[in-house]
Design a protein around this ligand. Structure first.
Ligand SMILES: CC(C)(COP(=O)(O)OP(=O)(O)OC[C@H]1O[C@@H](n2cnc3c(N)ncnc32)[C@H](O)[C@@H]1OP(=O)(O)O)[C@@H](O)C(=O)NCCC(=O)NCCS
Length: 237
């Protein structure tokens, strides 16, 4: 069932061939605090038809959108310029871009992992679509836009050509944020304090089916921190 917040947002595909889209993705990852250094590799995946990002934007139906966008741009002046919907393809499938201008308030990605990887996690393959990299501007969090974006991206995953029956994701576990040494080390590096969104994803209907070291964070001083992540899944439909 669609979330009560779904009407608030729309999704527009990231154009990995547009320097403006790539720069905005980098700026939003810096603001998010995680994985800005991976943007160049996401361009390469996208060129091969791999992981595809979508911008999250306010829907035309949202009454306060101009006021809210002003709040976002005040906090993130680098994001003041609108982008245009220019992506000519999604996962190598041609589409007709609308050329419409928009200011993205965040982003989220869909991906299909190898059948072996999914099988090793006990996930159905085909049928599992992964959701990665969800971010909503810190200036706008708590307004239902993250929930709305999840609802919209799950609906996309369930459609042709992905036909998901299950969506999967991983996220920093509660255990990670209970470890004071890890929290101290991460907070020295991140632009915002580390939190676990496990409870938030449970509210979106996800269940934890496994925990394990899922990501190695490298500090500027050269320390490698293995982070325990929660692997979560949701059956669609
Ligand atoms: C996670 C994130 C996308 C959430 O976006 P958001 O727009 O702030 O979330 P929403 O406003 O849609 O959430 C609102 C709902 O979640 C509930 N909620 C908020 N925090 C919660 C928590 N810790 N546990 C459970 N529910 C929570 C609210 O009560 C509200 O419920 P309602 O829909 O019934 O009213 C956002 O915080 C973010 O981008 N964080 C930084 C990046 C990040 O951590 N990404 C996820 C890592 S995998």
């Amino acid at each position: 069932m669609a979330s009560k917040h779904a009407w608030k947002v729309d999704l527009v595909p990231w154009d990995h061939s547009s320097p403006e889209h790539v720069e905005r993705m980098y700026d939003q990852r810096v603001a998010c605090g995680w994985r800005a250094d991976e943007v160049a590799s996401w361009v390469e995946y996208a060129k091969k038809g791999g992981r595809i990002f979508y911008w999250v934007l306010f829907s035309d139906a949202l009454p306060d959108r101009e006021v809210l966008l002003k709040k976002h741009v005040e906090d993130y002046p680098k994001e003041a310029q609108p982008l245009r919907d220019t992506a000519p393809e999604i996962r190598l499938v041609p589409r007709e871009p609308t050329a419409k201008e928009f200011i993205p308030i965040g982003h989220v990605a869909l991906d299909i992992h190898s059948a072996e990887d999914d099988a090793s996690l006990g996930l159905p393959s085909p049928g599992t679509v992964w959701i990665h990299g969800l971010y909503i501007s810190y200036a706008l969090q708590g307004g239902g836009y993250g929930t709305g974006a999840m609802s919209k991206v799950e609906a996309l995953a369930a459609q042709e050509p992905m036909n998901a029956t299950t969506t999967a994701l991983d996220t920093v576990s509660k255990e990670t944020v209970d470890d004071p040494d890890i929290v101290r080390a991460l907070n020295e590096e991140l632009t915002s304090p580390v939190t676990s969104k496990e409870g938030w994803y449970r509210r979106q209907g996800y269940e934890v089916y496994k925990k394990g070291i899922g990501y190695t964070f490298r500090t500027k001083a050269g320390r490698s921190i293995d982070l325990i992540v929660s692997y979560m899944r949701k059956t669609l439909g």
